[in-house]
Design a protein around this ligand. Structure first.
Ligand SMILES: Cc1cc2nc3c(=O)[nH]c(=O)nc-3n(C[C@H](O)[C@H](O)[C@H](O)COP(=O)(O)OP(=O)(O)OC[C@H]3O[C@@H](n4cnc5c(N)ncnc54)[C@H](O)[C@@H]3O)c2cc1C
Length: 401
């Protein structure tokens, strides 16, 4: 592999680091340290605005839409610095998901209307794909939309819709042609989340978070120009969206940062008169996770370097997804392991106020949030496609089974 940082990359890293140091509000960083996922929506809006003002709102977008012309290495460095500083990772459903789809397939009017506020963090997006009985088997989704005059009328139900109650807009997969083959009858619609006929019911998560929701659509009307691209092509756009950021599914930067936190805890905690990190047993545990994370990092770098002769793209994404999500769980376990009984401190994920997150000698500042993050990480092998389904893809695409 040839993936050497070039001489400018050091200066670039210093520039990004300095910008974050100067502009990231410390209270925001503290909240993000505690609960990096899901981020606080108000913090996300503010931070996205700050990045946008610097021209870094969506570095992976083409320059003409407000992105950057950074190299893959620069984007990699940027993300490392974002996580290293406990800044907020930029808008998943917005700039990462629907943004690139609109850039590739949206109408001029849609690009003009939706991309700028997305970039500025002024409009939050949610992703309405999953349904009861249509999660892994997304092609069997039943929410339907019918063209009546110049409006789409939508009936159905979505589930596990992250941030639906905070979102301004959602991109929804709907069945527009019940006669066509399952994948071909699906379209993608842009839906304002305050439209008449939408009802949102929160689902409380294992960690007490309330970002997940059921969304009921009862005769919701959207104008026909809210269709993305062509009718019946929703499946193609959804696949494009899920494959766009191939390396993101490794959660590399999050995993590196969370491992750092585990080490920080192990340096501060003591057992039998020595630092936990100096005990052979715990040092071994850290080394095992660190070695696997390094292997994951090299896999990501091979992709960023555009190395030839890699396996089929779908199989690679699936392999990264499995490793990256399992690493999230292992690193979270390591943190809890290091904390011992202190890990049992329950921290209300909703209450991110300063008093709650302040440390005391008994409950040092690295304690709050760790249990919540551990519980949230249990979902990592589910969302974005379950581990079993990813293994099926690898079996089929990489090994032809
Ligand atoms: C925290 C979180 C956030 C989410 N956010 C969103 C969101 O914003 N928008 C959205 O649309 N969705 C979202 N989801 C939904 C997520 O994409 C689905 O949960 C996921 O695709 C799995 O679908 P399911 O829950 O219906 O499980 P099912 O598909 O019913 O699967 C149940 C079990 O059966 C296994 N299984 C299913 N099919 C196969 C097979 N062919 N071979 C082997 N095993 C199989 C699965 O691996 C799993 O263990 C989110 C989920 C979580 C947990």
């Amino acid at each position: 592999m040839h993936f050497e940082p070039n001489s400018g990359d050091g200066a670039f890293r210093a520039e990004v680091r300095e910008f974050i140091r100067q502009h990231l509000p410390p209270d925001m960083a503290r909240r993000s340290y505690i609960c990096s996922q899901p981020p606080d929506i108000e913090d996300f809006r503010r931070w996205q605005g700050i990045l946008h003002d610097r021209g870094w709102g969506a570095p992976h977008w083409p320059l003409e839409y407000g992105g950057t012309d950074w190299t893959a290495m620069q984007r990699h460095i940027f993300m490392e610095e974002i996580y290293r500083a406990d800044a907020i990772d930029y808008g998943w459903q917005g700039t990462h998901m629907i943004g690139p789809v609109l850039i590739a397939f949206g109408s001029q009017a849609q690009k003009k209307r939706f991309l700028p506020p997305m970039l500025r963090g002024e409009e939050i997006w949610c992703q309405g794909f999953s349904e009861p009985n249509a999660g892994s088997d997304l092609a069997s989704l039943r929410t339907r939309a019918e063209l009546v005059g110049d409006e789409w009328v939508i009936h159905g139900q979505k589930i596990w819709t992250s941030d639906a109650s905070e979102a301004d807009w959602g991109f929804f997969l709907v069945r527009t042609d019940p006669e066509a083959k399952p994948q071909r009858g699906i379209s993608m619609l842009l839906v304002p989340m305050n439209a008449a006929g939408i009802r949102i019911r929160p689902i409380e998560a294992l960690n007490g978070g309330r970002d997940l929701n059921e969304v009921f659509l009862d005769g919701v009307r959207v104008p026909c120009e809210n269709l993305v691209g062509e009718p019946g092509k929703g499946w193609t756009y959804a696949k494009y969206l899920l494959e766009k950021e191939r390396t993101a599914s490794a959660y590399l930067y999050r995993n590196k940062r969370e491992l750092e936190k585990a080490k920080q805890i192990a340096r501060a905690e003591h057992t039998a008169g020595m630092r936990l990190i100096d005990t052979p047993e715990f040092a071994r545990k850290i080394a095992r996770v660190e070695a696997d994370l390094l292997a994951l990092e090299w896999s990501v770098l091979r992709i960023l370097a555009g190395e030839k002769n890699l396996h089929d793209a779908d199989a690679v994404v699936s392999a990264l997804k499995i490793r990256g999500s399992e690493m999230q769980q292992r690193v979270a376990e390591l943190q809890l392991d290091a904390l011992g009984p202190r890990a049992l401190r329950v921290f209300d994920q909703q209450d991110r106020s300063a008093e709650v997150i302040e440390g005391t000698p008994l409950w040092p500042s690295y304690v709050p949030g760790r249990l919540g993050q551990f519980l949230y990480a249990r979902a990592a092998t589910l969302y974005g496609g379950t581990r079993e389904v990813q293994k099926n893809i690898i079996a089929r695409r990489a090994f032809g089974l």
